[in-house]
Design a protein around this ligand. Structure first.
Ligand SMILES: Nc1ncnc2c1ncn2[C@@H]1O[C@H](COP(=O)(O)OP(=O)(O)OP(=O)(O)O)[C@@H](O)[C@H]1O
Ligand SMILES: [Mg+2]
Length: 378
């Protein structure tokens, strides 16, 4: 067992003994070892590697001449315990930040670009602040930042005690506190930044920034499941993701990408927001300009809730261009952002766990793919 503890599940970053994956190990008089390993899912892509490593570890023990590995699958209960251990380890190994322990960290993500992540982030921040919260906004779209314009804020950023101080905007009885690459570099410069520097920038935005006193941290993510999402999973393992989609996008497409993200890091999805939903004109007529059902399809395929349907409304775009988010005023579309904020405040975070191949998420994805969700192509 001590030697088997040298076998690390590459995704979870813990050894298979600590994770409870070794369910039996015996050696007979002839030096033949039989080791039973229970995987998180039978289809775990790391199966071969774990088998190889375990064989090597067993054969390194003096007196063991041959080893036989039999692979099984963890019970639901054992899987839950494993998930718990993996999550605790991720939390333990995460860097320290000034983000209060009680603050909820919410990433706003999407598989595809241009679906309204930044607009949702800005309006949700304003809605939460209007009801008295202090809301941090971290613009993690280092290349394509748009938060400074959406909230009408400008740099430069000041530093205090070697930490960057976010730009503060008073909203209602609360505050929005923002940090964006847009305060540090001009638009042309940011384009020249590349992978490694990008994730370093996000790391500094998280670690070297004064986020003390916030109730929520909203993170506006670039589209897709790239470096930034991966480093976020590592730096802030408590992040929950809100997935933004439009009514027309193919659920399966986005689901597959989110599953990809789950395989490579640990991150949880707490709900879906459908943006650019049916426009309702002053006479009450509905126009589903971008189709219908995408949000619900994605939520269903992920096993999470559809938290909001934000209508397609020119006031969202106009407010964004003017730097005065529509959620700061009174209108039907503003109300839909406030309803979303209320829903988030009321919801105890119970996101779907997404750690490595142990994720319930992946089971759900497998089921979704098997069921062959059909949806219009993106
Ligand atoms: N509900 C809406 N009604 C009308 N226009 C909207 C709505 N949501 C977003 N838009 C407009 O759609 C465009 C894209 O929105 P936004 O920049 O928020 O998307 P994004 O997902 O952040 O894009 P990117 O992937 O480039 O970061 C903007 O011009 C915005 O004003
Ligand atoms: Mg954006």
């Amino acid at each position: 067992m001590a030697r088997l503890a040298s076998v690390v599940d590459p995704e979870l970053g813990l050894d298979i003994v600590e994770l409870g994956m070794v369910t039996d190990a015996t050696v007979d008089d002839l030096g033949h070892a039989i080791i039973e390993i229970a995987l998180t899912t039978a289809a775990c892509p790391l199966r071969g590697q774990i088998e190889q490593d375990a064989t090597r570890a067993a054969l390194s023990v003096e007196g063991i001449e041959s080893a036989e590995i039999s692979m099984g699958q963890l019970s639901r209960e054992a899987k839950a315990i494993l998930m718990d251990r993996a999550r605790q380890a991720a939390q333990r190994d995460a860097p320290t930040t000034s983000i209060p322990g009680a603050a909820r960290v919410i990433g706003v993500a999407s598989g595809k670009g241009g679906v309204g992540k930044s607009s949702v982030t800005a309006n949700l921040a304003v809605a939460l602040a209007r009801s008295g919260h202090v809301v941090g906004v971290l613009d993690a779209d280092i290349w394509g930042f748009s938060i400074p314009r959406l909230l009408n804020l400008e740099g430069p950023v000041e530093a205090k005690d070697k930490k960057m101080v976010p730009k503060v905007k008073a909203v209602g009885s609360g505050e929005v506190r923002v940090l964006s690459m847009g305060f540090l570099a001009d638009e042309d410069q940011a384009i020249m930044w590349r992978g490694l520097i990008l994730s370093r920038a996000v790391q500094q935005f998280i670690e070297d920034t004064d986020w003390s006193g916030i109730d929520y941290l909203l993170i506006d993510l670039p589209p897709g499941t790239g470096d930034i999402q991966m480093s976020l999973a590592r730096l802030l393992p408590r992040t929950e993701l809100l997935l933004v989609t439009t009514p027309a996008l193919a659920a399966q497409n986005v689901a597959a990408r989110a599953g990809d993200m789950a395989r490579r890091g640990s991150i949880r999805i707490s709900g879906v927001i459908e943006n650019m939903s049916a426009f309702v004109c002053d006479h009450g007529e509905r126009y589903a300009l971008f189709g219908e059902g995408g949000g619900q399809r994605l939520a269903d395929s992920m096993g999470v809730e559809l938290l909001a349907q934000i209508p397609l409304d020119p006031r969202v775009a106009a407010g964004g261009d003017a730097g005065t988010p529509v959620a700061g005023g009174e209108s039907s579309v503003s109300q839909s952002f406030h309803d979303l904020a209320d829903r988030l405040v009321a919801s105890a975070p119970d996101p779907v766990e997404m750690t490595g191949c142990s994720a319930r998420m992946l089971d759900l994805l497998d089921q979704a793919v098997e069921a062959g969700i059909d949806s219009p192509s993106a």
